[in-house]
Design a protein around this ligand. Structure first.
Ligand code: HEC
Length: 134
């Protein structure tokens, strides 16, 4: 039993120590020109999806066929989103071509996200990713 506990403590210290050395070494390339590897993508996406799934269960989604909400949503999109996500006959800003990840072109995609997921994402935003709408 003592040996197992000692082994776990040593493994813990090596993991924390190795991680700290890695962080301070500067070996990780933060440039967006160096894209995420598969493991990093998995960690980011799994964390994002699990976190959102856990929090979006009980939020009430407004009626999406309400004409006032549709017009207001269009105005908001035009003011705050079109510059990056574009729209039919509206090119996104040139600057957005260099973003990583690239903003999805919603109007080109046939993908219809789950309404609760989309509402939660747009209302609360995602750190280092989405602007929030209050
Ligand atoms: C400065 C550029 C920029 C602006 C402005 C912007 N976005 Fe985005 N958006 C992005 C980028 C980049 C991504 C891709 C992020 C990612 O994949 O992690 C994204 C992703 C998204 C997603 C998908 C998120 C997901 O992970 O499911 C939604 C939904 C979204 N944006 C909605 C909006 C809305 C609504 C607005 C306006 C209120 C907006 N965005 C304004 C850059 C922008």
């Amino acid at each position: 039993m003592k040996t197992i506990i000692l082994t776990l403590i040593i493994a813990f210290v090596i993991t924390i120590g190795g991680g700290t050395i890695y962080i301070y070494s500067g070996a990780y390339n933060v440039s967006q020109l160096s894209h995420h590897n598969a493991l990093t993508k998995w960690i980011i996406n799994t964390t994002k999806n699990r976190s959102r799934d856990r929090r979006m269960k009980d939020i009430p989604v407004p009626l999406l066929n309400d004409s006032t909400a549709i017009v207001t949503g269009f105005e908001y999109y035009n003011e705050m989103c079109v510059s990056c996500h574009g729209g039919p006959d509206v090119k996104p800003w040139e600057m957005t071509e260099g973003l990583y990840p690239k903003p999805p072109k919603f109007y080109k995609s046939g993908y219809m996200p789950d309404t609760v997921e989309a509402f939660w994402t747009i209302k609360y935003g995602i750190k280092m990713s989405l602007p929030e709408i209050a």
